[in-house]
Design a protein around this ligand. Structure first.
Ligand SMILES: *[C@@H]1O[C@H](CO)[C@@H](O)[C@H](O)[C@H]1NC(C)=O
Ligand SMILES: *[C@@H]1O[C@H](CO)[C@@H](O)[C@H](O)[C@H]1NC(C)=O
Ligand SMILES: *[C@@H]1O[C@H](CO)[C@@H](O)[C@H](O)[C@H]1NC(C)=O
Length: 440
């Protein structure tokens, strides 16, 4: 409860600031350098979420961050705003949003219930529930601009587009506080793309996903760097190593048209190494077949990296071997993990327990994403740490789904114009973290 109160007062504060700006400044605000959203982590659900406000009464919406989802949707059942507008069937806005059906509603008219309304897809990945919901637009209010270091000014985003959904879609969404989902995928209607377009910022965004829950405000930057993580007094955009973002030619969405590519973010993993030694598995799993099966994508909703069974088995086996060489004592496995260890035998370091490093060798000259103990081992109970990877079975659509735990505490920049992913080493190496408060 404490954390949601903090959240409310925090937003109350930012709304107040925004209100003061609106009241005292009639001049045109300068163009922002970049926009900043917070990222929070829910310890129980292992999901990441953000919060934003909408409409003339600043309705607060908590929504899960889904890197792979195309658009923004939330439960509209108690949404009240005089600035809200729905898109009608056949309107330009509807065509642009690839409206799928024409909706009607038999109840009292309100946002989310009207006739002759453009319906767009909204998808709840936790229940694999796909539905068409009203396409609405309203003003997103009080978003923060940043110079990469501090919060600067508050802005409104007029005509922000989302699915104004009914309560049924929220069922099964983890976390009591989250009533919607924000998609960051490569579409024109993702949160990031709408914000970039609205402020004419570069089509890039960066995530710094926190590993902490309490005091753990991570950052989502929209529009590019610089990026600062105090106390480190260095622009992290200078430390980014990059690898191409690759396009899966076959859509991975629950509904799509023949010939549509996937709008999720894939990278080209070429190899996996443990303590510098190759993990032997069938490398053809790392590329796409003609049906778009295979490859590696990045996901913020998979709590842990999910591997094709044959990669998983080898990784676990080789890791156990490498751990044994380092005198790390194996203990009974705790589901769903396949290898657990006595943490007393893996001394704590600045980058987590001292275990063998796991490297993802990526396309690009020197591109290696190194997973230290803080990204590879999860503590499941007192003195027991487990290798934080999940067996994805023998026929997964995607061979490697790089999940949240492996993405935490580093800066990840998605540059859509250049089609590349930039990433830093674990920030823990520099004695800093993503949880650096910028709000005050
Ligand atoms: C939609 O049209 C039907 C039939 O004309 C009507 O009964 C219903 O009240 C309308 N719904 C709304 C939300 O206006
Ligand atoms: C985190 O998720 C749990 C389980 O759904 C929920 O009870 C809790 O309220 C959530 N916390 C926040 C801050 O949303
Ligand atoms: C890291 O920061 C902590 C305080 O935040 C400090 O106590 C510690 O000495 C620092 N370690 C290094 C290696 O700089």
């Amino acid at each position: 409860m404490a954390s949601s109160q903090t959240l409310t007062s925090l937003f109350f504060f930012s709304s107040l600031v925004a209100f003061c700006y609106a009241a005292t400044n009639s001049y045109k605000q300068p163009k922002p350098t970049a926009i900043l959203f917070s990222i929070r982590r829910n310890e129980t659900t292992r999901q990441y979420y953000t919060t934003f406000t909408f409409g003339e009464s600043n309705i607060i919406v908590g929504a899960l961050i889904d890197l792979g989802a195309p658009d923004v949707w939330f439960d509209c059942t108690s949404y009240v705003s005089s600035s809200y507008k729905r898109a009608s069937c056949g309107s330009n806005r509807c065509k642009k949003a690839k409206g799928s059906v024409c909706l009607g509603c038999n109840s009292t008219p309100r946002p989310g219930c009207s006739n002759n309304t453009c319906g767009v897809f909204a998808y709840n990945p936790f229940r694999e529930y796909l539905t068409s919901q009203e396409l609405g637009v309203d003003t997103m209010t009080s978003i923060s601009s940043t110079d990469g270091r501090y919060v600067q000014l508050y802005y409104d985003v007029p005509k922000f587009q989302f699915s104004c959904a009914d309560a049924s879609i929220v069922e099964g969404l983890p976390g009591d506080y989250t009533k919607g989902l924000v998609g960051l995928a490569r579409t024109q209607v993702s949160l990031t793309s709408q914000i970039s377009s609205s402020f004419k910022l570069p089509q890039k965004f960066a995530l710094c996903i926190p590993s902490l829950t309490e005091n753990g405000l991570g950052s989502m930057f929209i529009g590019g760097g610089p990026y600062y993580m105090p106390p480190l007094n260095e622009d992290l955009s200078l430390s980014l190593v990059s690898t191409p973002l690759v396009i899966n030619p076959v859509s991975t969405a629950p509904a799509y048209s023949e010939g549509d590519p996937s709008d999720e973010y894939f990278i080209n993993v070429k190899d996996i190494e443990i303590s510098g030694k190759r993990v032997a598995f069938d490398l053809s799993l790392l590329s796409f077949d003609k049906n778009g099966v295979g490859g590696t994508k990045i996901s913020t909703i998979a709590p842990y990296t999910i591997l094709h069974a044959s990669i998983y088995k080898r990784l676990v086996k080789d890791f156990i071997k490498a751990a044994a060489l380092n005198k790390i004592k194996r203990v009974k496995s705790v589901a769903p993990f396949g290898a657990c260890f006595d943490s007393k035998t893996a001394p704590k370091t600045i980058t987590g327990p001292a275990v063998p490093d796991i490297d993802l060798v990526l396309e690009g000259n020197t591109a290696r994403l190194r997973l230290y103990g803080s990204n590879s081992m999860v503590e499941v109970k007192k003195n027991v740490i487990c290798l934080a990877f999940i067996d994805g079975g023998v026929e997964p659509r995607t061979s490697i789904v790089l999940g949240g735990y492996q993405l935490e505490e580093r800066l990840l920049e998605f540059d859509l114009a250049a089609s590349k992913l930039g990433f830093t080493s674990s920030l823990l190496v520099w004695n800093t973290s993503c949880s650096q408060s910028r709000l005050f």
